[in-house]
Ligand binder design. Structure first.
Ligand SMILES: Nc1ncnc2c1ncn2[C@@H]1O[C@H](COP(=O)(O)OP(=O)(O)OP(=O)(O)O)[C@@H](O)[C@H]1O
Length: 252
């Protein structure tokens, strides 16, 4: 019998891919509506997994459940073998929402130092995080003076401070120019190559090809799960947007 992977310490060596997330029968009710319907899935470490689907299909709700801030959750949802949201997971999980979560009136470095203190991370961690998101030239700038894309990179730098083993990113590339998007996707892959699980949502289908694996979601359920190639092949289409439509039509 296979030994359970969950909870195994991550060494960064890609010898064996542990599951970061295990969900079974995951259901979420918001208000009176069931918005996620009995989902079963795993998210492995060492990969960039994309959660793609149209606006309102439930991507943010799923991510919020993963980090333990969503109410109305039932079913099994474990992160590194612990129930999602457990205190012990705090420094293992990084989460970046669509809303900026940094202080506008502080500089980039001041923000990072503040959050580093909260997390117990040293000063070298601050400069490493700033370098990782390529904000060295803006390190002394007040956040309110930065562009939208630069601001979201400050949030990402905060999420990277604790060296998370699972990075949950809710539409991190919205509103960014193509060069910056390219840079961020390279960064996500570097983080995954170092052994973490990177879970990224997007409603832009052309980001699909940048993921190692895709989970396509519609109306709170998965309609496909696999590599971009496998999904295109399954649907008999040239691109993921076409595949999405073909699968939806086939499932209707
Ligand atoms: N506070 C709430 N109470 C009740 N229903 C909600 C609430 N917030 C969101 N919903 C509903 O839950 C469903 C899923 O919303 P969610 O934000 O997870 O979608 P999403 O796929 O992340 O969308 P987007 O890409 O626009 O961010 C939507 O139908 C939405 O109307």
């Amino acid at each position: 019998m296979d030994a359970p992977h969950s909870g195994a310490p991550l060494s960064g060596a890609p010898a064996e891919r542990a599951d970061a997330v295990l969900a079974s029968g995951l259901t979420v009710v918001r208000g009176k509506r069931e918005v996620l319907h009995a989902l079963d899935f795993t998210i492995p470490t060492g990969e960039v997994v994309g959660l793609l689907g149209p606006s309102g299909c439930g991507k943010s709700t799923l991510m919020r459940a993963l980090v333990g801030v969503q109410g109305g959750v039932s079913g099994r949802l474990e992160v590194f073998g612990q129930p999602a949201g457990s205190r012990t997971l705090r420094d293992r999980v990084g989460y970046v929402t669509q809303a900026a979560s940094v202080y506008d009136d502080l500089t980039v470095t001041e923000n990072l130092r503040f959050f580093a203190q909260v997390l117990g991370v040293g000063r070298d961690g601050v400069s490493r995080a700033i370098d990782a998101v390529d904000l060295g030239a803006q390190a002394g700038d007040v956040v309110s003076r930065l562009s939208g894309g630069q601001r979201s990179r400050v949030s990402l730098a905060v999420a990277l401070l604790g060296h998370p083993d699972l990075l949950v990113l809710d539409e991190p590339t919205v509103g960014l120019d193509p060069v910056l998007r390219e840079d961020l996707w390279s960064l996500f892959h570097r983080i995954a190559d170092a052994g973490a699980a990177v879970f990224v949502s997007s409603h832009v289908m052309d980001e699909a090809e940048r993921c190692d694996r895709l989970m396509l979601m519609r109306d709170g359920a998965f309609i496909a799960d696999g590599t971009p190639e496998a999904i295109r092949e399954q649907a008999g289409t040239q691109d993921i947007e076409q595949a999405f439509l073909a699968i939806v039509r086939g499932a209707a």
